[in-house]
Design a protein around this ligand. Structure first.
Ligand code: IDP
Ligand code: MG
Length: 167
């Protein structure tokens, strides 16, 4: 049975030009990429993403961090990986949340740091369990943006919705 997992390359990862390195490391897992895009992160999206941490003293700072306010890079790269034990494989590769405690060969151990303000800048987000992965994937992606059917979806007809199309 396959599992899906949301990966975010956070603004520090993009600013430090680590995209290629991180994707290479993730390719060691032999998992399949089933969705990928660049996202400009709104405050609402960041707060929804980290909703379970809203009572933590560092909440406001991680919202700014995910939005790119700390790195002058207002974007993240969002990907969905799919395959056997996807969550464990990706979390193992990412390493511990605290980059100083993360194994030195892990992504966070190699590239993360703790800021003087105490925030763990750890380069990547990886969902930590299947229900968190489902919630996060549905938050970051629409069904059309994922090339396989991961979760139940339905067709609806929407009228009078303003959206941008090619001119
Ligand atoms: P995770 O990213 O390993 O799943 P979470 O507990 O979900 O860890 O925390 C989300 C993010 O918040 C972390 O990746 C890190 O950037 C930041 N963070 C978590 N705990 C701390 C802390 O104790 N101090 C500072 N930043 C933290
Ligand atoms: Mg987490």
């Amino acid at each position: 049975m396959g599992q899906s997992v949301l990966i975010l390359i956070k603004p520090d990862g993009l600013k430090k030009s680590l995209t290629g390195n991180i994707l290479s490391r993730l390719s060691e897992t032999k998992l399949e990429i089933v969705a990928a895009k660049m996202v400009r992160v709104s405050k609402e999206l960041a707060e929804e993403h980290y909703q379970q941490l809203k009572d933590k003293p560092f909440f406001a700072e991680i919202i700014k961090y995910l939005q790119g306010d700390l790195h002058d890079r207002k974007k993240v790269m969002a990907l969905v990986y799919w395959g056997a034990e996807a969550i464990k494989k990706c979390r193992d590769l990412a390493g511990s949340t605290n980059p100083e405690e993360a194994e030195s060969t892990s992504i966070r151990g190699s590239y993360g740091r703790i800021t003087t303000g105490g925030i763990y800048e750890n380069v990547v987000h990886v969902s930590s369990n299947p229900s968190e992965a489902e919630r996060e994937i549905k938050l970051w992606f629409t069904p059309d943006e994922i090339i396989v059917d991961l979760y139940a979806a339905k067709d609806i007809i929407q009228k009078e919705i303003k959206k941008k199309v090619w001119a």
